[in-house]
Design a protein. Structure first.
Length: 357
């Protein structure tokens, strides 16, 4: 579970990649409207949704695709993570802060309609950060992640930096604020790998940057080679990030309507563009409306399965969840991979081709 505090295990030396199987579609418009992010738990899936305009909250659904309830109140929510105690953290670029919220009961209900100030004063919710460019201040924060010490890393998008806070909101330091060619330009997503390295999606520079645990720049990657060719296709608006148990790095390439996967070294692996089928809740809705059925029959069928501006991607075990922002749903894939030890695979060759003999 790459969103939580526990240090991830060291990935295997190498893996056999069996493939990525489309599993299921969950949610629909009016339930998971403009879904920005999600968190998996044992009993429910928390889905961060954003209003068409100002507003947003957290929707709870399950694997039966049932709409359970909704709680929280945000202005322009961006990302959501959960700590080991079950507390949810939501970055809010409209309020220039990170909210922390406790799902405190069977329904997990926090009264909808509370202002940010009321939420802040509630014992069930706190607010980290305030607007500005000084230490501990935020301007349109987006990506959030925990480091290996349990501190909260916040991508301070408007200030082109990453700041570190304690879980209760105390400012520690600005950990990433590079200049020159290494400078961030509207950074967005963030993840921490097993070594403690910090991976940041650099939206306007269309690249992924890697830093060590102290915030020192290591390298950048993001080009995508065409199959059997030498040209490269660049990321465009890389947003949310996730790292799975094999160390693979998943990037929501939002402007290109796809998810791109790199290995732990930053080498391109593959990409998803969408394979959605009709969700259970979606089927129930359209079957109840002859007008919707007719409109669906008249529409372009090919685009139904495609991703549209995915805002994030999350990995839990072998499952890959894609909040399909423009289509108001989650597309879920399952990875097939098998670990290899150093003794099970031939050493790296020092020439370009390795033949079977």
């Amino acid at each position: 579970m790459t969103q939580q505090i526990e240090k991830t295990n060291e990935p295997p030396f190498a893996i056999i990649r069996g493939g990525y199987k489309y599993k299921e579609t969950l949610g629909m418009r009016r339930v998971t409207t403009y879904c920005m992010d999600m968190v998996e738990t044992k009993d429910v899936l928390y889905v961060l949704i954003r209003a068409d305009g100002v507003g947003g909250n957290i929707r709870r659904i399950n694997w039966k695709d049932e709409d359970l309830d909704v709680f929280g109140n945000f202005k322009w929510p961006v990302q959501m993570i959960q700590d080991t105690e079950g507390k949810l953290y939501v970055s809010d670029e409209g309020e220039h802060c990170v909210h922390s919220i406790i799902d405190d009961g069977e329904k997990g209900y926090v009264a909808i309609g509370q202002t940010a100030e009321v939420q802040e004063s509630s014992t069930k919710s706190t607010k980290i950060g305030e607007y500005g460019s000084g230490d501990g201040q935020l301007d349109s924060p987006s990506g959030i992640a925990f480091d290996h010490d349990g501190n909260l890393l916040v991508v301070d998008t408007g200030n082109n930096r990453v700041q570190k806070f304690t879980k209760d909101g105390k400012f520690i330091e600005t950990i990433i604020s590079a200049k020159g060619d290494q400078a961030l330009d509207m950074p967005w997503g963030i993840a921490v790998n097993y070594d403690g390295d910090i991976i940041v999606s650099d939206w306007r520079n269309n690249r992924i940057n890697r830093y060590d645990s102290k915030g020192n720049y290591l390298n950048s990657f993001g080009n995508i080679p065409k199959s059997l060719g030498e040209d490269h296709i660049q990321l465009s608006g890389p947003a949310g990030l996730s790292i799975d148990e094999d160390g693979d790095i998943y990037v929501a390439d939002r402007d290109n309507n796809r998810i791109v996967i790199y290995d732990k070294e930053g080498k391109y692996v593959t990409q998803f563009t969408g394979d959605a089928t009709l969700s259970k809740s979606g089927k129930t809705y359209i079957m109840s409306s002859p007008r919707v059925l007719r409109l669906r029959e008249m529409s372009n069928r090919e685009v139904w399965r495609k991703l549209r501006a995915p805002a994030s991607v999350r990995t839990y075990g072998k499952l890959i969840y894609i909040p399909d922002f423009g289509c108001h749903r989650l597309q879920v894939y399952e990875k097939e991979s098998y670990p290899l030890t150093k003794d099970e695979i031939f050493e790296q060759p020092n020439h370009p081709t390795l033949y079977n003999v």
